[in-house]
Write a protein of this length. Sequence first.
Length: 394
Amino acid sequence: MSGVTPLKLAVVAGEVSGDLLGGDLVAALKRRCEGPVELVGVGGEALEAQGLHSLFDYSELSIMGFIQVIKQLPKLLARIRQTADAIIAAKPDVLLIIDSPDFTHRVAKRVRKALPTVPIVNYVCPSVWAWKEYRAQKMLAYVDHVLAVLPFEPEAMQRLGGPATTYVGHRLTVDANLLETRQQRALRSAVAADAPMTVLLLPGSRGSEIRQLLPVFERATEELSRRNNAVRFLLPTVPKQEALVRSLLESWTVKPEILVGQRAKWQAFAQADAAMAASGTVILELGLASVPVVSTYKTEWLARFVMSRIKVWSAALPNLIADYAVVPELINDVLRPGLLARYMERLSNDTRERAAMLAGYDLVWQRMQTEEPPGDKAAAIILDVLSHKKTGHF
């Protein structure tokens, strides 16, 4: 073992979801490699558990919206230079960039310029199919292979002339918490529903999202409570946003139960009849867990000027995977508390709307299945890329 050359992997993850993907992939690489896997770069708890000493706290990169990015731009540019310089100095065998393209792709460009022979793999396809389609071809200059987590992305990248792309599967389809929740909900659906209506409130994990959506959710909960005898509201949140959520809920007349942490979130998923949630990955989580949901979003005023540039017909991932409107989307001026409340009533009871959504979720689940776990498939592709390194063809 001591005579085996270690695999030196540079990895850059800028979000919690990307960190989890990276942790799974590195664990799979360790199972496949004869020697050790050495890590350098940026990540969180999952990658640190695999041996990464992150260059800085990656939560600094979890910002959203034009205004917030502009405010943080000098610091972000400094972190990009710091990360790229550290990776260049380490001279890794391969660079893995995970999601967060505004940050990770800028790092990749700098590394490619300094180390042109180091292969670069992009885990989580950027949403070039949604807007700025020209980015697909530009990626050819600094990305050798894309690991897609959505089944329609390889075809989209091929159509747009981007790098080679392989669908490796989505970590949610093998997530233990999600699988347990699916099982609990399957058993629950067979039992007569005599309990009060239970509605999930999911205003997002970023402060800007929470501030935008909670006032709408407040008015929706008030209307739901007026129209129904008994409604139970559950509001899962992440620890770093607990104080903000509690402060914003102080004035509410209808108080939801605040639940903190991942375990509590999945328990809430298992109990819910329906959910109102911020647009994002959580919509896919709810879909795969078979929780009826309405996707909601309010954009910053500046972002509304570029809405016309978005090419994709839906922002809800279950809709894009099924290729039809499974989940309703209420955005900006269409996001009205009374409409949201009435959706919750229809989706919480035995209605045609609820049955249709659950049937759509079944199709999404089928289309996302893969023969092997995502981390294993992704690790195999990285090793394949490395095996072609000597020939100059990644």
